[in-house]
Design a protein around this ligand. Structure first.
Ligand code: 5GP
Length: 212
């Protein structure tokens, strides 16, 4: 049965150091039908980050005027900087049947949950808290203060797992990626997503048999 459906919006969060970024990158490389939404932010680019690829880097005034214009599906202040998901590009991709990943923080995810029906909320967990600590330290891009801030908030954030639909433990990137691919496949078969298409296509079929 041939059906064209809207893409699935996947919201992926988890404490920093859980490996969200690596998992999302692997998902994009392996799957042609998965796309990442590029967020806007007011934070400074890190070494190697490219404007328009990793983020749309904006001045605070510009970010605030986009909030006023209603350009964001959600936005949040994280560690003193603003981050937001551009609404129109996400809607366009979904309408084209593309599956879209939002890699956003918990506040943002909760906002999307309020505003958007049919999102799939996935929480990435580190294999252990010790592993999480090691990963944050290894990343090395943080000052000691921001390292402490990120580590403390990681502990707090894990409580929010209960607001999500799926929890994926990141033992290895390969396994975590496969789990998310399985989630997408299952979500694509959900009756509430495809019911109308099946029924329409059934009507079309009967019509063809009787009158064509
Ligand atoms: P980083 O500065 O390390 O790139 O990101 C810091 C945090 O901001 C991460 O938890 C990341 O998921 C989150 N983040 C990135 N983009 C967005 C966004 O568009 N909206 C929200 N709410 N959070 C975001």
């Amino acid at each position: 049965m041939h059906m064209r459906n809207k893409g699935i919006l996947m919201v992926i969060s988890g404490p920093s150091g859980a490996g969200k970024g690596t998992i999302c990158k692997a998902l994009l490389e392996k799957n042609e039908d998965i796309f990442l939404s590029v967020s806007a932010t007011t934070r400074n680019p890190r070494d190697g980050e490219v404007d328009g690829v990793n983020y749309h880097f904006l001045k605070k005034e510009d970010f605030l005027s986009r909030i006023d214009a209603g350009d964001f599906l959600e936005y949040a202040e994280v560690y003193g900087n603003y981050y937001g998901t551009p609404k129109s590009s996400v809607e366009k991709m979904l309408n084209e049947g593309k599956n879209v990943i939002l890699e956003i923080d918990i506040q943002g995810a909760l906002e999307v949950k309020e505003k958007f029906e049919g999102g799939v909320f996935i929480f990435i967990l580190p294999p252990s808290m010790e592993e999480l600590k090691q990963r944050i330290i290894k990343r090395g891009s943080e000052t000691p203060e921001s390292l402490m801030t990120r580590f403390k908030s990681a502990y707090q954030e894990i409580n929010y797992v209960s607001k999500y639909n799926y929890a994926v433990v990141n033992d290895t990137v390969e396994e975590a990626t496969e789990k998310i691919e399985a989630i997408i496949m299952a979500e694509r078969c959900r009756v509430d997503r495809i019911k109308e298409n099946i029924l329409d296509s059934k009507e079309g079929f009967i019509h063809e048999q009787l009158y064509d």
